[in-house]
Design a binder for this molecule. Structure first.
Ligand code: MRU
Length: 320
């Protein structure tokens, strides 16, 4: 079994006596630069601005944010409200804040670390369960970034990929570029290449041809919130992949920790879908190619439960 220390696995999310250090995911892969947060307000801004992103990672960062606020003797209700408002779709954020609320404030720092550690251990367990689902020499397609950067370490969908690679079961990963924010092109490709895992980047629109050609054995994605009936919210574009996978009879797996399951949401229709700024679609960074066109930019979509072959969790495999 893979064992990783928090320090080894989490250079992107480091909590110390001098604050919370977050690897700035907006600047990757060009620049490896960390941002320091010293209050919950700063952590909330870092989450909203996508310095840190990915459902489990924003939950962990939010928990550390509240712990920072205890340290500085701040207004804890205000801090919690700011963190809750930072991004609406991933339920891990509320889940982590609720866990802190259930223990005395003197324990918030330890509880935040415990959440972080449990996420890392859960991902390693999830990876082991997921790897067993893949055939020998598997070729996997993934979307967005559900890797170490998006979690406490190791990753969910990329945790499955890592575990399959470590067991010699994986031959290649296709990574969707994931317009408009390019999590796949900038983050997934970077993570996998750093580990020597063979990765081929594709434009999102090439996924149909890839599946039609029979070049993929499984689609493996992460999740931001899973409703009680199994409907699964994940990065926009995931639903399209599920439709393709169903059509071409390719297994469609969702890898997510139980902190991503929301028993208070009966179906996917109740999951709040974040809409982000038009600027993300009108261009990229300084380059703008559609300045005045109206834009609709939902950051997530919902895949109906019936289209999911199985959910891979830290406790094992769940089927519809
Ligand atoms: O907008 P993002 O980059 O935070 O979206 C991330 C995703 O959709 C991930 O697939 C999801 O959070 C799972 S990460 C383990």
């Amino acid at each position: 079994m893979t064992t990783l220390s928090l320090e080894e696995a989490s250079a992107h999310l480091r909590f110390g006596s001098d604050g919370l250090w977050l690897l700035d995911q907006r600047r990757l892969p060009g620049e490896v630069h960390s941002v320091r947060c010293q209050s919950a307000e700063e952590v909330a801004r870092a989450i909203a601005d996508m310095v840190v992103r990915g459902a489990p990672a924003i939950g962990i960062a939010a928990a550390y944010g509240l712990a920072l606020e205890v340290r500085r003797g701040g207004d804890l209700d205000r801090a919690r409200a700011a963190l809750l408002a930072s991004r609406p779709t991933a339920v891990n954020l509320r889940w982590a804040l609720d866990r802190l609320r259930a223990v005395p404030t003197t324990q918030w720092e330890a509880e935040a670390r415990a959440i972080h550690l449990a996420d890392l251990a859960g991902n390693v367990a999830m990876g082991a369960h997921g790897a067993e689902l893949l055939p020998e020499g598997a070729v996997v397609l993934t979307h967005c970034n559900a890797g170490a950067l998006a979690t406490g370490g190791w990753g969910t969908a990329l945790g499955v990929v890592r575990s399959a690679w470590a067991r010699g079961r994986l031959s290649r990963v296709y990574a969707d570029e994931t317009r408009p924010w390019l999590q796949g092109a900038r983050l997934t490709a970077w993570e996998l290449a750093n580990e020597g895992i063979p990765v081929t980047l594709i434009a999102d629109v090439a996924a149909a041809s890839l599946l039609a050609a029979g070049r993929v054995h499984a689609v493996v994605v992460g999740a931001d919130r899973i409703a009680a009936n199994g409907d699964t919210a994940n990065k926009v574009g995931t639903l399209g992949l599920a439709v393709l996978a169903q059509h071409w009879r390719v297994p469609f797996y969702v890898a997510a920790p139980t902190s991503t399951f929301d028993p208070d949401c009966a179906t996917g229709a109740e999951i709040p879908i974040e809409e982000r700024s038009a600027a993300e679609v009108r261009g990229h960074r300084e380059q703008v190619w559609a300045a005045d066109v109206p834009v609709w930019n939902p950051a997530f979509d919902v895949t109906p439960a019936g289209m999911v072959t199985a959910w891979i969790t830290e406790h094992g495999i769940w089927r519809p």
